[in-house]
Design a binder for this molecule. Structure first.
Ligand code: SAM
Length: 284
């Protein structure tokens, strides 16, 4: 039931880089509401200043959302309208706001989207990877062991995979993806979208790892990683497992013996594993 007399909570998307992407409707809504709940008030104040807006701001971020939600809800119920914004893109998409939206809906307040930029959709739309079915995984765990476990769970996923990643973890995340999902898997890194140094690079995961390492001096910036889903989920998973076993054994045994033993352990055919073992040994 909609609460009579309550204001509206607008969930407003803001630019992910290029300020021209702030829609005229987003500007109007941010000008008309009584309050803007912002992830970082300094960041949003600069955006408002650029558009000549002076709406009052309140900080609503991951660390205060629980205390802040009842205050914002009280103002909504008293008839004020509120715009929820994050630093970039669409609020709630790996950004704060979930508690507020849920509480507002629970209290019968109308929650209305003002759609616009989101890095994941922008990246997907230019990636050249299948877009008909995809999975957004947000940020992978920061700890290597947890990250690899999560990636292993995704190894048989047939839909296009999308990840957000912190700039300083891009290289290690890609290396883990190459190892866990398969070095030959097609992938794309979409960096600095809508900004001056926008780049969208495609290749296999191993090519992208090499490219990123060679590129160490280049400006880094924010990135979305996209990985093609596996074509034949079952056999691909078996191949990955056989290769994982092979790599361990190659650390201990001569190439031929490692391939034979890996074939016996994993049930994979010996000859392709031997060819793979030679390829791995040649790269060392
Ligand atoms: N809410 C935002 C959205 O709708 O896209 C995402 C916020 S999340 C905290 C930030 C992450 O989004 C970055 O680490 C990066 O992975 C991605 N991102 C944000 N802006 C980007 C851009 N201009 N180009 C590429 N990736 C971007």
């Amino acid at each position: 039931m909609t609460k009579h007399g309550a204001g509206v909570l607008y969930v407003v998307a803001t630019p992910i880089g290029n300020l021209e992407d702030l829609s005229p409707r987003a500007q109007r809504v941010m000008a008309e509401v009584q309050l803007i709940a912002a992830e970082d008030t300094r960041h949003t104040r600069a955006l408002l200043a650029h558009f000549g807006l002076r709406t009052s701001l309140l900080a609503l971020h991951d660390h205060n959302e629980a205390e802040c939600t009842p205050r914002v809800l009280a103002r909504l119920l008293a008839g004020e309208s509120v715009a929820l914004v994050s630093d970039a893109g669409t609020p709630l998409i790996s950004d704060p706001g979930f508690n507020l939206v849920r509480a507002a809906r629970g209290a019968g307040v109308i929650v209305s989207p003002v759609p616009g930029p989101s890095a994941l959709i922008a990246a997907l739309s230019v990636s050249g990877l299948p877009t008909d079915r995809f999975v957004f995984e947000g940020f992978l765990p920061a700890r290597p062991a947890a990250r690899r476990t999560r990636l292993a769970e995704l190894a048989t996923e047939t839909r296009t995979l999308l990840f957000y990643e912190a700039v300083h973890r891009l290289q290690e995340a890609l290396a883990d993806m190459a190892q866990t999902l398969g070095a030959e898997r097609a992938a794309v890194i979409a960096r600095e979208l809508t900004k001056v140094h926008e780049t969208v690079s495609g290749g296999t995961l191993s090519e992208l790892v090499t490219q990123l390492a060679a590129d160490a001096a280049a400006p880094k910036g924010e990135a979305v990683i996209l990985v093609a889903g596996t074509a034949q989920a079952q056999s691909r998973a078996a191949d990955i497992e056989a290769e994982r076993v092979l790599r361990i054994l190659l650390g201990e045994l001569p190439t031929k013996q490692a391939a034979e033993l890996a074939a016996r352990i994993s049930g994979a055919r010996k000859n392709p594993l031997y060819a793979k073992a030679l390829e791995i040994a040649a790269r060392k």
